[in-house]
Write a protein that binds this ligand. Structure first.
Ligand SMILES: Cc1cc2nc3c(=O)[nH]c(=O)nc-3n(C[C@H](O)[C@H](O)[C@H](O)COP(=O)(O)OP(=O)(O)OC[C@H]3O[C@@H](n4cnc5c(N)ncnc54)[C@H](O)[C@@H]3O)c2cc1C
Length: 331
């Protein structure tokens, strides 16, 4: 049995892939190597503003950008129509997507239209026995078991559980071929229309997707300035994350802890408040992030990782920072 291409549906923000999409690309690349197939990344909607930055150092050989004026905003109908035409034309053997809010919305319907099998919440995909189809591993029974499913019918669809695979540093990459695919869609096909878009609460966004993060450490708890940190977060529209001691004290939830046993983040700016800069915490911050640190101890290791360091007591420094930011906002 000859296997067709491995398609990976990938989503980006202004200039980078969503973490879940990066995981999907890397899992797709692994399966493509195993099956000696081509990995093809599929994007849809508005072309990425900075494609070069997005594609840099990813194991992608080719990318198909699905473009149409009716796809510039998301609609279930538009995405289903466009991608069903793409899949019917190219007939990949496997279509992988991270289980993001967007793909959870349209992929089950796309599979229904194509009468294609779908395995959701996968953590691993491999070539099936005797090179037939694929096998998918997913947590079941409330996470107490990992269960393996086989599927011989192709194209098969798989949705990956975000965060389950982790992002590995890319080991290889080759020149990329970029193609455009223009589907046939008419305005009557789209049965819903977008009325408005309001910004979500920055406190509740996934810290892995945030461009600015406020990191709170034990120094925040000890100096009793949590509320001032919240004011700074409101002003910068940034989520608050923290170190493990803050989890232990009940100030941040588990999914807001950064570090080796927490989440890996890659904000443009990480504001580390009252954080010593322990190895296990720093491990979770992408080295490309700019760290701004405030710490009372000038010898705190966090300063060796920081682009900007302020030595001082949070109780004095934080109100001053907030004051200046408010002034900047007013002017
Ligand atoms: C196996 C293992 C895994 C771990 N995984 C993680 C992980 O994933 N994430 C994580 O975060 N930790 C993790 N830890 C814990 C980690 O080693 C550190 O203990 C932790 O990161 C320290 O947190 P902290 O910087 O908030 O506290 P501390 O190290 O106690 O630092 C507090 C800092 O606040 C400063 N400070 C105090 N008062 C003020 C003030 N008024 N103004 C300004 N600064 C002030 C102090 O000078 C100090 O530098 C792990 C540990 C182990 C053993």
């Amino acid at each position: 049995m000859t296997l067709g291409d491995i398609f990976v549906f990938a989503e980006y923000t202004t200039n980078r892939w969503l973490d879940g999409s990066l995981e999907a690309i890397q899992e797709g690349a692994r399966v493509a190597r195993q099956t000696a197939s081509n990995l093809v990344v599929i994007t849809i909607g508005t072309p990425c503003a900075d494609l070069d930055a997005v594609l840099e150092k990813q194991p992608i050989q080719s990318l198909i950008s699905v473009e149409h004026p009716l796809l510039t905003t998301f609609s279930t109908d538009g995405y289903v129509i466009a991608l069903s035409q793409l899949i019917e034309q190219y007939m990949p053997s496997l279509f992988i997507a991270s289980a993001t809010l967007t793909s959870q919305d349209f992929i089950p319907r796309l599979c229904a239209r194509l009468k294609a099998p779908l395995v959701s919440n996968c953590v691993r995909i491999s070539l099936g026995d005797n090179q037939r189809g694929f096998v998918f591993v997913k947590p079941t029974h409330y996470g107490q078991f990992y269960t393996t499913f086989a599927c011989e019918q192709t194209p098969a669809f798989a949705m990956l559980l975000p965060g389950a695979i982790g992002i590995q540093p890319p080991s290889e990459y080759s020149p990329i071929q970029v193609k455009t695919f223009t589907p046939h869609i008419s305005p009557d096909d789209i049965r819903t229309s977008m009325l408005e878009r309001t910004k979500g609460d920055p406190r509740s966004i996934d810290i892995r997707e945030a461009s600015v993060i406020i990191g709170a450490g034990r120094g925040v708890a000890e100096s009793d300035c949590w509320q001032t940190v919240e004011s700074l977060a409101d002003l910068l529209q940034a989520p608050i994350a923290g170190t493990r001691p803050l989890l232990d004290q009940g100030l941040v939830r588990r999914e807001r802890v950064i570090g080796q046993t927490g989440k890996n983040v890659k904000p443009d700016v990480y504001i580390a408040l009252g954080i010593s800069g322990a190895y296990y915490h720093i491990q979770g911050i992408n080295p490309a992030s700019t760290i701004v640190a405030v710490n009372i101890d000038r010898k705190a290791p966090i300063f060796t990782h920081s682009k900007l360091g302020i030595v001082g007591d949070l109780r004095q420094i934080l109100p001053e920072i907030i004051d200046r930011l408010q002034k900047l906002k007013r002017d």
